[in-house]
Design a protein around this ligand. Structure first.
Ligand SMILES: [Zn+2]
Length: 268
């Protein structure tokens, strides 16, 4: 089964810096890195959204405060099918007081997955709301690397319920990678039965660490060398708070247009 991992770079030193120009999608993987990418490159993990109208910045339905950005992705027919070119997915969660609002639940209102069309996007970084939601460290996605986990379609389907998952051999289970990815199969920490049913399919997952596949050209105090090279990474960065080593799962429902996306997370 194909899946895609982000090739990330450190973002601008100050993620709230107002960008001077629009710069979409620089693929630096093919050449030497010359600088950390600016925060106006479109796809990212953490930081602040780029192009999201301020009025659409979601508020937590439990505490009423502005949520924090986890990821911004753009439609791609193979990697992230949102049904239309130029569509973007913004994933948020409440991070004001971790553990207090139920951001781990798909239906709590303490997280939000927003799909919007290109025509609605603006050409600027979204201003931070006045209640100052905590901002995660930002990495920019310079490109995506296609991989294959070697799972058959039948094996893939068995990752979607606890009953069928526990019958899989360890050699099959270990093919599910834990790092952030789009496509493939979920790396479950708890039961697959927490996932939404009836038309929802797995879209991707967000890890609570950032995996750098190349050496970051700029140092940050939240990035360190990974001596173990976990899943091929050279360095690991502090990512979002999903409890103890958690992973967030994205699921999509495509029988509506635009499609609905939901998020929930699990930890050890
Ligand atoms: Zn909240």
């Amino acid at each position: 089964m194909r899946y895609f991992v982000p090739d990330i770079r450190v973002g601008a030193a100050n993620s709230l810096e107002v960008p001077k120009r629009i710069g979409f999608w620089r693929r630096t993987a093919e050449g030497p890195q010359t600088a950390g990418l600016r925060s106006n490159a479109t796809e990212r993990l953490g930081g602040v959204p780029f192009g999201l109208p301020n009025a659409l910045w979601p508020k937590c339905e439990e505490c009423g405060k502005s949520q924090s950005l986890l990821a911004q992705f753009v439609h791609h027919p193979d990697r992230l099918d949102l049904g239309r070119d130029g569509r973007s997915l913004f994933v948020f969660h409440c991070n004001h007081d971790p553990g207090m609002c139920s951001d781990w639940e798909a239906t709590s209102g303490a997280n939000a997955c927003i799909v919007i069309d290109r025509e609605i996007l603006q050409n600027t970084a979204t201003p931070l709301p006045s209640d100052n939601p905590p901002i995660d460290d930002e990495v920019i996605i310079a490109g995506w690397i296609e991989k294959d986990d070697g799972l058959t379609i039948e094996e893939t389907s068995r990752f979607m319920s606890e009953e069928s998952l526990i019958s899989l051999d360890e050699s099959v289970l270990t093919k599910a990678t834990a790092s952030t990815k789009l496509g493939g199969v979920p790396y479950w920490i708890q039961s697959p039965d927490e996932a939404p049913k009836f038309g929802w399919t797995f879209l991707g997952q967000l890890d609570s660490t950032y995996s750098f596949l190349t050496v970051p050209i700029e140092s940050r105090n939240w990035i360190s060398k990974d001596r173990h090279g976990f899943e091929g990474r050279t360095h690991v960065g502090r990512g979002p708070n999903f409890g103890d080593g958690g992973v967030a799962y994205l699921f999509i429902q495509r029988n509506v247009d635009p499609p609905k996306v939901c998020m929930f997370w699990q930890c050890t």
